[in-house]
Ligand binder design. Structure first.
Ligand code: NAP
Length: 394
């Protein structure tokens, strides 16, 4: 029997993680689950261990790891349970792993994604925050190690699908003939809500995305369109583009997931239902194609495909990000960290929705931007900004 590709699914209990396991479950002749991980969702991790029988399961807290280990032994599941952040980096770099799905949310995913890159793995990047913070470093390290970095974010995966088959983020300078990239976004759940009601938006409202089912942090980011702001930075890095070459377009139906215009006048778009299993399957098998389980797009059932310019009063994050890219250096890491802290405070109902981007802007104003950076300084800035933004909240 041919050897299956060994996949480590980091953040397996989240939205990306569950979708990844669903795609893998349809391709068990091709992929095996080597390891899975959670922050604290022991119950879901246990049931995933029962179903996929990975060699390793990682959970952050050591008491939870002990409990899981006992439960698995009682169920005759031989999965070894590890705990702590270091276990994530060790397993991501394990010699038996071929592919790592980076599905942890926020900057917490940086060390494990980097460990997978340094170990020369095929790294499927859903976790956009580390790319925003330190994307160039990660690609430089991938060039050294020979790692493949493939985007899972639906827009970036769509852009990859519009490019030649030998595209790889690490070699982005080889992609020629691009005139412009159109980064599409639905506008999120608050696209038509009167602006004067923004102060009263609840976490439930902000998380009720009209087209996508996602984890809470990215759902709030979609409502502020900070998600698109982070994606703009991600696209500049992954596709070697200047920000002036990337246009953000509101496309409420989420059918076109992004487009690339070439210098000969052709525009190539990727279309599909709003189902993350499509980009996950695409990145997993790239440049091959595998079944994802997603429903087919029925053109005859489609309403119009609409496109609008973003409303910059509604989405101040989209202006802010242009300045952040211009500033460069540590500015993207500051923006990202401040946003993570502010979103968390909003989800805990400690601040209003309209304060999120305000806090990010204030944190940027109060920070010195360092242009001479390395990975360590980016990580230090991430920590400093978290303290600063938390102080601004109190
Ligand atoms: N969801 C989407 O459709 C989508 C689309 C494009 C990109 N992305 C990106 O993919 C990433 C994951 O998003 P998601 O929506 O899947 O998030 P999610 O549903 O909140 O899941 C996050 C996962 O990360 C784990 N986790 C959280 N904090 C952690 C920490 N400090 N250390 C280790 N593990 C931790 C969680 O464990 P617990 O379950 O135990 O909390 C969970 O497994 C994000 O960066 C997001 O921007 C998501």
């Amino acid at each position: 029997m041919a050897k299956t590709e060994q996949v480590c699914v980091l953040g397996s209990t989240g939205s990306i993680g569950e979708n990844t396991l669903d795609v893998i479950s349809r391709q068990l002749d091709r992929y095996s689950v080597f390891a899975i991980s959670a922050n604290k969702n022991l119950k879901k991790l246990y049931s995933q261990c029962q179903k996929f029988r990975p060699q390793f399961a990682i959970i952050n807290n050591s008491d939870a790891a002990q409990k899981l280990s006992t439960q698995l032994a009682q169920s005759n599941v031989a999965t070894e349970v590890l705990s702590g952040q270091q276990a994530l980096t060790q397993i991501a770099a394990n010699a038996d792993v071929d592919t790592v799905m980076a599905g942890i949310v926020g900057s917490a995913g940086l060390p494990s994604t980097l460990a997978a890159i340094d170990a020369g793995k095929k790294v499927l990047v859903a976790n956009k925050e580390p790319i925003v913070m330190a994307g160039q470093f990660m690609l430089d390290r991938a060039r050294k190690s020979g790692a493949k970095v493939l985007p899972v974010d639906s827009e970036h995966n769509a852009i990859m699908q519009c490019l030649p088959d030998d595209y790889c983020a690490v070699n982005n300078n080889k992609v020629t003939g691009i005139k412009r990239i159109y980064l599409t976004g639905s506008g999120g759940p608050l696209r038509t809500l009167p602006l004067e009601q923004f102060d009263a938006v609840t976490p439930e409202q902000a998380c009720a995305h009209p087209n996508w089912v996602m984890g809470p942090k990215i759902s709030v980011d979609s409502a502020t369109m900070m998600n698109k702001a982070l994606e703009l930075i991600e696209a500049c890095v992954l596709f070697g583009q200047d920000q002036s070459n990337i246009e953000i377009v509101i496309h409420p139906q989420s059918i076109i997931h992004s487009m690339v215009a070439f210098i000969d006048g052709s525009i190539v778009a990727q279309l599909g239902t709003a189902d993350m299993r499509i980009p996950i399957a695409s990145a997993l098998a790239w440049p091959d194609r595998i079944e994802s389980g997603a429903a087919d797009l029925d053109f005859l059932q489609l309403s119009a495909l609409e496109f609008e310019q973003p409303d910059y009063d509604r989405y101040p994050s989209l202006n802010l990000v242009r300045d952040v890219i211009e500033a460069g250096g540590t500015a993207p890491a500051i923006m990202n960290a401040a946003n993570e802290v502010a979103v968390d405070a909003f989800l805990q109902k400690r601040i209003k929705f309209s304060q999120i981007v305000d806090l990010v802007e204030k944190s940027l104003d109060k920070s010195d931007i360092d242009n001479d950076i390395d990975l360590e300084s980016v990580i230090a800035v991430d920590q400093q900004t978290r303290v600063l933004t938390s102080q601004l909240i109190h």
